[in-house]
Design a binder for this molecule. Structure first.
Ligand SMILES: Nc1ncnc2c1ncn2[C@@H]1O[C@H](COP(=O)(O)OP(=O)(O)OP(=O)(O)O)[C@@H](O)[C@H]1O
Length: 281
């Protein structure tokens, strides 16, 4: 589905991502972990061309997406929707319009300028909000929502792009544990129910173990671990984080004690913090 071939990014003399090679050959939830500055964001941003790579190829269905330009590049950026730590909503616009912005690059310039969306697009945006359990917020201003709700709006906007892949750059780093869990559960359900690959930068080991099918560990721009969540032992974590014998996993932990999402109907429980919570995603 996606293959990285010797992908490198240099910022001046600083090598942020160093000759990275790996493939994802089936829809997976992939977590990328590593200490701050390891290159996680740069790796993700190169996939959808927010950051240009210095060298290498990222190949999807035989095409090097790093070589795309113009319309083909914009089409690819639509295909790999991205969500961010700070949600990137338009605060003063209502939630529904924020979600519809996911359709913008499917329109010509004039309809885009005047935000002219079809009835079908509005209906689809509402369906996506409903999947995220927040349809009732559709007419509220985005800035009046909680952080967890705003991130779910961002996910609904990403779904409205009808992407082939979802990239999430530290999607829960600004959220409290309860909202973090709701957002991770939503991403997991999208992966399972829609068969979309989700690539997610995470700061915390426990979240990667609990939610991801595969974990990639980065250190100093290189991949130093690539395996299943069960292979992510304390020794492997030490290698990824460049830590010594006194490495304490708790230092990378949220209080998310969640497990993997097995069923959409698992109830929210403020006390237990088991997965999850939202309406069916
Ligand atoms: N626009 C930029 N200009 C210069 N250097 C950059 C730029 N973006 C990132 N870097 C550098 O590249 C390296 C990797 O940064 P990156 O943000 O990818 O790491 P990260 O693992 O995502 O870190 P964090 O978890 O703190 O977000 C760091 O040394 C960073 O300072």
């Amino acid at each position: 589905m996606i293959t990285f071939e010797g992908v490198t990014k240099q910022f001046g003399s600083r090598t942020a991502v160093n000759n990275v090679t790996f493939s994802i050959d089936k829809p997976q939830m992939v977590g990328i972990i590593g200490r701050s500055g390891a290159g996680k964001s740069t790796l993700l941003r190169m996939i959808n061309r927010l950051t240009p790579a210095t060298s290498g190829r990222i190949v999807i269905e035989g095409r090097d997406v790093l070589a795309l330009s113009g319309t083909a590049q914009r089409r690819w950026q639509r295909d790999c929707a991205m969500i961010f730590q700070q949600f990137n909503l338009v605060p003063r616009l209502d939630v529904l319009t924020n979600v519809l912005l996911g359709r913008l690059n499917m329109h010509g310039t004039l309809p885009s300028m005047f935000k002219l969306f079809t009835r079908e697009e509005r209906a689809q945006a509402l369906v996506n909000l409903d999947r995220l359990g927040i349809a009732e917020t559709a007419l509220q201003r985005a800035e009046n929502l909680s952080g967890g709700q705003q991130q779910r709006v961002a996910i609904a906007r990403a779904l409205t792009q009808q992407p082939r892949m979802l990239l999430a750059d530290e999607p829960i780093a600004s959220l409290d544990p309860m909202n973090a869990q709701v957002v991770m559960d939503a991403l997991k359900r999208i992966n399972v129910e829609d068969g979309l690959t989700v690539i997610c930068n995470l700061h915390t080991l426990d979240t990667a173990r609990n939610y991801c099918d595969r974990v990639i560990g980065m250190r100093d721009g290189r991949i130093v671990f690539d395996g299943g969540p069960n292979e992510l032992t304390t020794a492997a974590a030490r290698e990824i984080y460049g830590a010594g014998e006194n490495f304490d996993e708790a230092s990378t932990s949220t209080s998310l004690a969640g497990g993997r999402v097995a069923a959409p109907e698992i109830a929210a429980s403020a006390g237990a913090m088991t997965p999850v919570a939202t309406a069916a995603v």
